[in-house]
Design a protein around this ligand. Structure first.
Ligand SMILES: *Cc1c(COP(=O)(O)O)cnc(C)c1O
Length: 430
């Protein structure tokens, strides 16, 4: 059973929460119970794959809403890659979350959500159409997550000339059930077109439209799995483990807190942000003040009013003191981020992307004596090739997957920024 953070007294099913995404009262869905996993599970943990962990954790959370064989097949299909833990030294380890198809940690949530949505849509005649406005990275992870998933079609809107060459190649070469629309406008136009489509009654009668945005509980839950996988790969030690999470909308951190509540022994979390530091500020002052977004080097974390803050409040009963006991705030300037990228390269011979470097900075300054730390690597460094090449003075080779999409022919439909054109485009599918 699930509830909305704005109506804690009412329960809905998992199917309802996943298909709906955002609750009607604008709250975010949360699991009613976060059951503690048995000791027997933790004894087996070191021998389990990411998918096997995902099966055990979701089985406990879903309480029979999906029959076990179906759930197991779904998780195996979604998480067919690992999240390896790479030691830098005895105290610091990087959990590489970017071994999925688009080389970003968002693959984990997007692939799981796609399969869960397809499962809940089974047996229906309708095609579920996912509308996604993207400024680059999220769109390709979401689209790739839904690629070839039956009963689902993805319509991607991206601003013409507003995404990098690599990103455009990722968005426009998938084919199958993924369509790309190249909008004569900026990202805000794309977002406006999508919002207007959701508000158009006639369009919504003719088509089953939905979004795959990051607040969906189906994207959040799988982000708890890799925390278990992380601790499973650490050498045995009595030292408390601290995890540094590079954060924007705080979905990644919320996943870690769910894992901790289910019994995973994480000592505390370092909440690492760039100059968009509303949550570290909240931890310091107890006052939540949303701010306009500041552009930074770690741009996937440029968020001035994080959407999962409501879930953090919910998990800690709205008490900042309770939050402070588990979460330590830290933020980095772009200059510190660049300095850390160089330090990690020189000291360990490891190339990290700017988001991972923010997490490293949090660990380097925040780790206390006797603790050991894990930092989350959220993107392959080549996804932020320009920043990495420039900071480290090198020429990163393009990974096979990115080079492959660069070589495929681009297929995109040009579209004006007028809603009437987008509407007509969608209506032709009815
Ligand atoms: C989305 C993203 C983040 C931030 O994750 P949240 O769950 O929004 O806090 C960090 N790094 C990268 C590379 C991302 O794409």
């Amino acid at each position: 059973m699930y509830y909305s953070t704005n109506s804690p007294g009412q329960d809905v099913s998992l199917a309802f929460a996943v298909v709906k995404g955002l609750a009607a009262d604008n709250g975010l869905f949360m699991p009613r119970r976060l059951p503690r996993l048995p000791q027997e599970f933790f004894s087996r943990l070191p021998r389990l794959s990411l998918a096997q962990i995902g099966f055990e954790v979701s089985k406990a959370l879903f309480e029979g809403e999906i029959p076990e064989p179906e759930l197991e097949a779904l998780v195996e299909d979604a998480l067919d890659f690992d999240t390896p833990l790479v030691p830098l030294d005895d105290d610091r380890h990087v959990l590489e979350l970017w071994h999925g198809p688009t080389l970003a940690f968002k693959d984990v949530g997007a692939r799981f959500m796609a399969r869960l949505l397809a499962y809940f849509n089974r047996g229906q005649q309708r095609v579920v159409r996912i509308l996604v406005a993207t400024s680059g990275d999220t769109g390709s992870a979401v689209a790739s997550g839904f690629l070839k998933v039956p009963g689902i079609e993805v319509v991607l809107l991206y601003p013409k000339g507003g995404v990098s060459k690599i990103q455009e190649a990722q968005l426009t070469t998938m084919g199958h059930n993924i369509e790309a629309l190249e909008v004569e406008g900026v990202f805000d136009d794309c977002q406006r077109l999508v919002k207007q489509a959701f508000l158009d009654p006639e369009l919504n009668r003719a088509l089953f439209l939905t979004s795959a945005n990051s607040i969906n509980i189906a994207r959040l839950i799988p982000q708890s799995f890799y925390y278990f996988r992380a601790l499973a790969q650490l050498p045995d030690s009595a030292r408390p483990t601290v995890v540094s999470v590079p954060s924007g909308n705080f979905g990644n951190l919320t996943g870690g807190l769910i894992a901790q509540r289910m019994g995973l022994p994480i000592g505390r979390f370092i909440v690492a942000t760039n100059a968009n530091k509303v949550v570290p500020e909240y931890l310091e002052t107890g006052v939540y003040q949303a701010r306009p977004t500041l552009p930074t080097l770690s741009n996937a974390m440029d968020v001035g009013d994080p959407s999962n803050f409501a879930r953090l409040l919910d998990l800690f009963g709205g008490k900042v003191e309770a939050m402070r006991a588990q979460l330590s705030g830290h933020w980095s300037t772009d200059e510190q981020t660049r300095r850390r990228m160089k330090e990690i390269h020189q000291r360990y011979g490891y190339v990290i992307d700017p988001h991972g470097a923010v997490a490293y900075d949090g660990l380097a300054e925040g780790l206390r004596p006797g603790e050991r730390g894990i930092l989350l690597g959220t993107a392959h460094p080549a996804k932020f090739k320009d920043a990495v090449d420039q900071t480290l003075g090198l020429e990163l080779p393009l990974p096979e997957r990115l080079a492959h999409s660069m070589a495929l022919p681009k297929v995109a439909t040009p579209l004006s920024k007028d809603f009437a054109d987008f509407r007509a485009y969608l209506m032709r599918k009815a």
